[in-house]
Design a protein around this ligand. Structure first.
Ligand code: ME8
Length: 525
C-alpha cells in the first residue's frame, strides 16, 4: 500500500465568478497532487464550492434570483475554469449536496451529545462580508468596518448556539507549539496565530464560537439538527467539507467511508485571509469530536494586479475572462507556471503583464524551450535523429549531472514543504548548467572532426538526458507542454515512478527524436 496524500483547496463562495486568487490556490494544489501521484503516493485532491450563508443570499437578491439558482449557475463557472486550467481534482463538493448537509448535521448532533455546544444570547458586531462576529475592540480599531472588505459592520443581537472554543484553546496552543510545529505554515503565519491566541486568552477577548444563525433572518443554511429555529454557521458548515467529502462520518448512505483512508488531510491550502478559521476553529472543532487533526494548514499570500489591489472599477481585475486571454496568448501551462514562479509560496505577489512576459521569455522561451530545440536539432543533424550512446567520460558532464541529482534528491522534500520556488529554481539551474555545457563543449565544432565522434555522442546524450529530466519535473506544473516535449524526445509519459524515472541515466540511446516548432516561441513586446 502506498502512502496516501490528501490535499484540499478552500471551497469557494458562489456569490461571484472565479478570479486569479481562486485559480492560484487550486493550481498550487493541482501541482502538489500531480507531483505526488507521479512520485507514487495515493493522492486525493478535493475542491468545491461554499454555497450557504448571508453572502450568497445577498448576491442572489441583488441579481434578482434565488440562492440555489445563483449557486447552480456560478458553480458551472468554477467547474469550467478547472477544466480549462487542467485541474486534476478527484472530487468536487458542493455544500448544498445531501451527502454534505446530512454529515454536517451528524457532526453537530455529536457535539450536542458531548455537551460541546450551549444556547446563549449574542449581542455585538457582525462582519457580513467575512461571515464573522467581531469583538468590540477589533470593531473600534477598524472604525466599525470589516477588516478585509472595508464594508460597515452590522449590529446583531441573537439567541444562538455556542461551541466551547475557549476550552480547547490551551490544547491547540500546545499542539501548534510542541506536538506539531508544522501545523500552521509558513512560520510567520504560525507565530501570528500563536500570538493572537495567547493575547485572546490573556485579555479574555477570545470568546466561545457562535455556530448557528437565526433561521428567520437567514434561512439559507443547514438546519441545526437539535433546533429547527437555527441554521448552522456557514463556516462550520464549510470547514466540515474536508471531512464530509470523504464519506465521513458514516451516516448510512452510499458515500459512507468512500475515501475514509485519506483522513487526516496532509494539507489544507488556503489564502491568508481565512487562516484563523482553519488554524483555530477547525482544529478545535475536530478535537471536540475526537477526530484527528489535519497535518498542516498552509496559508499563501495575496495577489494584487498591476501593482494595486484588484478591483472591478480599477479595471485591473484578473477575472476568468482575463485568465482565458492569458491562456490564449501564452497557453494555460504558462499561466500555471507564472503563478508558482513569480513569488515564493507564502508571500504576496503582483500579477503584471510585463512580468509575465519577462518570466516567459527568460525561463521558457530562452530556457527550457531553447534547450530542447537546440538539443533536438543537433541530434537530428549529427546523428540522423537517433539519440546517441554516451561513450566517453567527459569531465564537464559532472556539472550537469550534479544539477540533475540535486533536483532528484530534493524534489520530494521541497514539495512536502510547499517550496515551489526552490523546486523551480533547481529545474532552472539544471537548464542553465546544460546550456552552459553546450557552450563549453561546442558540439558544432566537435561535429567537424570525425575523431571527436564519441565525445560528440556523449555531449548530445547528456543534453537529451538533462532535457528529459527537466521535462519530467516540470510536468506537474506544465502538463501539456511537457508531454509535447517528451514526445519530441521519442518518449511517452509513462506510469513509472518519478523517483526512478527522474534518476540520471534513464534515457535509452537509440530512440528517435523529432524537432518541431518551438514549444515556447519568443514573445514580442
Ligand atoms: O473564503 N490572492 O471563499 P472565497 C490570492 N468560502 N488568493 C486569493 C485572492 C487573492 N487576491 N482572493 C481569493 C472563502 N483568494 C470561503 C472558504 S473553506 C472551508 C471556505 C483565494 O471564495 C484564497 O485561497 O472568498 C482564499 O483563501 C480563497 O480564495 C477565498 O475564497
Amino acid at each position: 500500500m502506498s502512502d496516501t496524500y490528501y490535499v484540499t483547496t478552500p471551497i469557494y463562495y458562489v456569490n461571484d465568478v472565479p478570479h486569479i486568487g481562486h485559480s492560484y490556490t487550486t493550481i498550487a494544489a493541482d501541482v502538489l497532487a500531480r507531483f505526488f501521484r507521479a512520485a507514487g503516493r495515493d493522492v486525493h485532491f478535493l475542491t468545491g464550492t461554499d454555497e450557504h450563508g448571508i453572502k450568497i443570499v445577498k448576491a442572489a437578491t441583488e441579481k434578482g434570483t434565488t440562492p440555489q439558482a445563483l449557486a447552480d449557475d456560478v458553480v458551472t463557472h468554477f467547474r469550467r475554469l478547472w477544466v480549462d486550467l487542467n485541474i486534476s481534482n478527484d472530487d468536487f463538493i458542493r455544500t448544498t449536496e445531501p451527502r454534505h448537509e446530512n454529515r454536517v448535521q451528524t457532526l453537530i448532533r455529536e457535539l450536542v451529545a458531548r455537551d460541546e455546544i450551549y444556547l446563549a444570547t449574542y449581542e455585538g458586531w457582525y462582519d457580513e462580508t467575512q461571515e464573522e462576529y467581531v469583538t468590540e475592540s477589533t470593531a473600534r480599531a477598524n472604525d466599525y468596518k470589516s477588516e478585509i472588505s472595508g464594508k460597515p459592520l452590522v449590529r446583531y443581537s441573537e439567541e444562538n448556539w455556542f461551541f466551547r472554543l475557549k476550552k480547547w484553546v490551551p490544547k491547540l496552543i500546545e499542539h501548534i507549539e510542541k506536538v506539531n510545529p508544522k501545523f500552521v505554515q509558513p512560520d510567520a503565519r504560525r507565530n501570528e496565530v500563536l500570538s493572537k491566541l495567547r493575547m485572546g486568552m490573556e485579555s479574555g477577548e477570545l470568546a466561545d464560537l457562535c455556530i448557528s444563525r437565526n433561521k428567520e433572518k437567514l434561512p439559507w443554511g443547514v438546519e441545526m439538527p437539535n433546533d429547527p429555529n437555527h441554521v448552522v454557521y456557514v463556516w462550520i458548515d464549510a470547514l466540515s467539507n474536508y471531512y464530509s467529502a470523504l464519506g465521513l462520518p458514516a451516516i448510512g448512505d452510499e458515500f459512507d467511508n468512500r475515501d475514509a483512508k485519506y483522513w487526516p488531510a496532509d494539507v489544507h491550502l488556503i489564502g491568508k485571509d481565512i487562516l484563523w478559521f482553519h488554524a483555530v476553529y477547525w482544529p478545535c472543532f475536530l478535537m471536540a469530536l475526537d477526530i484527528p487533526m489535519p497535518k498542516c494548514v498552509f496559508a499563501h499570500g495575496w495577489w494584487t494586479s498591476e501593482g494595486q489591489k484588484m478591483s472591478k472599477s480599477l479595471g485591473n481585475f484578473v477575472s476568468r475572462e482575463k485568465i482565458a486571454e492569458y491562456c490564449e496568448e501564452y497557453s494555460r501551462d504558462v499561466y500555471r507556471y507564472y503563478l508558482l514562479r513569480a513569488v515564493t509560496f507564502g508571500s504576496d505577489g503582483d500579477f503584471a503583464h510585463d512580468m509575465v512576459q519577462q518570466v516567459y521569455n527568460s525561463d521558457l522561451a530562452n530556457g527550457v524551450g531553447n534547450l530542447l530545440s537546440r538539443t533536438l536539432k543537433m541530434i537530428s543533424k549529427y546523428f540522423d535523429g537517433e539519440i546517441p550512446a554516451p561513450e566517453e567520460d567527459v569531465e564537464d558532464v559532472r556539472w550537469v549531472k550534479t544539477a540533475a541529482e540535486a533536483l532528484h534528491d530534493n524534489a520530494v522534500g521541497w514539495m512536502d514543504a510547499f517550496a515551489f520556488s526552490k523546486y523551480l529554481e533547481a529545474i532552472n539551474a539544471l537548464i542553465g548548467a546544460t546550456n552552459k555545457f553546450i557552450d563549453d563543449t561546442e558540439p558544432f565544432k566537435l561535429a567537424k572532426d570525425e575523431a571527436q565522434r564519441s565525445r560528440l555522442a556523449t555531449v548530445l546524450y547528456t543534453c537529451a538526458e538533462a532535457v528529459r529530466i527537466v521535462l519530467l519535473y516540470l510536468a506537474p506544473v506544465m502538463p501539456d507542454k511537457t508531454t509535447a516535449g517528451l514526445e519530441r524526445l521519442g518518449l511517452t509519459t509513462t506510469d513509472e515512478n518519478l523517483t526512478d524515472a527522474g534518476r540520471w541515466g534513464g534515457l535509452q540511446p537509440g530512440g528517435k527524436v523529432t524537432p518541431g516548432d518551438p514549444l515556447f516561441p519568443r514573445a514580442q513586446n
